[in-house]
Design a protein around this ligand. Structure first.
Ligand code: SAH
Length: 346
């Protein structure tokens, strides 16, 4: 398979352009155009340069195969990669802008019991350019320009474990934040991990101060192991230490995802234990009622239980919000759409 043009940094593109005997400004022109979602063929560059690049690279790594629009305006995309693999992404509209949720792998091998992405295991990693290609495809569809971007915020919360694809994800983040491209501020980017401690520590050194989010979903290691196999490898205490290190290095407070699962982690004792665990830490808790996944025998709590859980955290001085579950009518949760598609094909 050919590489994809969007994998290249501006510097890498520059040396290719120079190898092809063209002027350096072409690199910037192409980098900008690609990040906006344009295809190389749509850019006014010399024919010979275009041919030189297309001989070596794909210029459209991600195509939108299908779009679903929820009643709340959330859009869900089914993307097709050059090798026919399918991934998915979501665009959510908020007052402050539009947040795109991107996938980082085809499938996932972390095995969380409540998550549809992991049902078929991990198929392969996405390259940096493929992850960027998801954003480029949505910007193209929604007509985003560099100034009036359709996608203003990005969350790495689609299928896959970003830190299980570390190198490509970091390269993607460098290109996404690079001047001349989308130049997105790290503050507008959130990365969610199931808690791969060595990579969390390594990431603290990369100089990309984004919103680090950790999927906690339990208050003790024993309970966490029931739904998250990764808890056999890393303890909650190690995760908290790595988060503290991230705060020290970047000055960014960190976030915990806590999906409320009926009969599992959503009782008052859990709320109290969670508050004890996080007391005094520069963090925020994002609660969400679990999106039921047909293939899994786990259910979210009712709204009243979720509100009570939230209140218990707030009254104990923990910063927390209960997120609306968006797009649940269109299979908004991770991997749901792809799983549906794959089973339809079989
Ligand atoms: N692998 C990363 C990012 C992908 S999942 C991680 O584990 O954080 C993004 C978030 O959605 C995670 O917090 C994940 O635990 C959560 N999630 C997965 N399935 C869910 C479901 N059915 N309902 C609610 N949240 C879910």
């Amino acid at each position: 398979m050919k590489g994809v043009l969007q994998d290249l940094s501006l510097e890498e593109l520059l040396s290719l352009v120079q190898n092809a005997g063209e002027k350096p400004f072409r690199a910037k022109q192409i980098f900008e155009g690609l990040m906006q979602g344009k295809k190389l063929s749509a850019l006014p560059v010399p024919f010979a340069l275009r041919a030189y690049l297309l001989e070596r690279f794909e210029d459209e790594p991600v195509k939108i195969k299908d779009t679903f629009v929820s009643q709340d305006g959330t859009k869900k995309f089914l993307f097709e990669l050059a090798d026919g693999n399918l991934i998915e992404g979501v665009l959510m509209h908020y007052d402050y802008g539009n947040t795109q949720c991107v996938s980082t792998q085809v499938g996932c091998r972390m095995g969380c019991k409540f998550c549809a992405s992991t049902l078929g295991g991990r198929v392969r990693d996405l390259s940096a350019g493929e992850i960027l290609g998801e954003i480029a495809a949505v910007n193209r569809l929604e007509g985003g320009t560099l100034k009036e971007r359709a996608v203003t915020n990005v969350v790495l919360m689609g299928s896959g474990e970003p830190f299980d694809n570390y190198q490509n994800v970091v390269k993607f983040l460098r290109n996404l934040t690079a001047e001349g491209g989308l130049h997105m501020s790290a503050r507008n980017i959130s990365l969610s991990t199931c808690g791969l401690v060595p990579e969390m520590r390594r990431f603290a050194e990369e100089g990309i101060p984004l919103n680090l989010t950790v999927s906690l979903h339990a208050v003790t290691d024993e309970e966490r192991r029931r739904t998250m196999p990764v808890a056999n490898k890393y303890h909650i205490a190690e995760i908290l230490d790595a988060c503290a290190d991230y705060f020290e290095k970047t000055g960014r407070r960190y976030i915990f995802e806590y999906s409320l699962i009926e009969g599992e982690n959503a009782d008052m004792v859990h709320a109290e234990a969670l508050a004890d665990l996080l007391k005094g830490r520069p963090c925020h808790v994002n609660l969400i009622r679990l999106n039921p996944v047909k293939e899994r025998n786990l259910k979210g709590t009712d709204e009243r239980t979720a509100q009570a859980f939230l209140k218990a955290l707030l009254t104990r001085g923990i910063s927390a919000t209960l997120r609306r579950s968006m797009g649940s009518d269109i299979g908004g949760a991770c991997g749901q759409l792809r799983a549906k598609y794959i089973s339809k094909d079989e």
